[in-house]
Design a protein around this ligand. Sequence first.
Ligand SMILES: [Zn+2]
Length: 245
Amino acid sequence: MKRGIALAGAVCLVVVLLAMAISRLGRVIEPVISPVYDAAAAPVILDAGHGGEDGGAVSVTGVPESQLNLEIVQKLRDILALCGTDPVLLREEDISLHDQSASTLREKKRSDLQNRVAAVESMEGATLISIHQNTYPSSQYHGAQVFYAPTEGSQALAEHFQSVLREQLQPDNGRAAKQIPDSVYLMNHITCPAILVECGFLTNPGEEAKLRDPGYQRQLAAVLAGAWLTGQEKADLQPAENLLQ
Ligand SMILES: [Zn+2]
């Protein structure tokens, strides 16, 4: 059984790496050799940022960030599910996760974040991937950036995601992984490894158009899935030969 899962994992990784390679249109496709690990043993939680009354940032064409976050998370879930990983989604629709007792927008937002923390904390051995979109007062900035929580394993994971995004999707992206600011509640109240991916800038018209495009969302999701499958805690990586015993 374990061997079956390992083999399925290996096959799936090849599929994702191929998808990542194909996504690099117009560039030389190089063989990707990476260790394989049992993804099913490492639960991943996908958080589509914001939702419901809290739409988050608004794009230059008026699309709420919460909608784009969810569309990308759903595609990421589907790709990971094909690989035998069963991600947990904190929300699967356009809702806020606040308690009924919360009445003002501020109370709802606070309650929503507390409930997200409680959900993450209830899952042992999990890793959190939170999906958001960036904004800036000036329209010129673009490119994905990965932030990490101040918890063990988060920085290495964020650096891996940032480099995979650069290699597979945005070769000109010179951004570095960074620690999340203190002001981001969820990322500062969980205790597991956690990263937050700012997929791009909703204030840059070119990037905003891409982020709304289902094809680009799929490409981005494939790259994120590949990053997860190749880079989750290095200590857990198993040599491929062990998987084939
Ligand atoms: Zn956000």
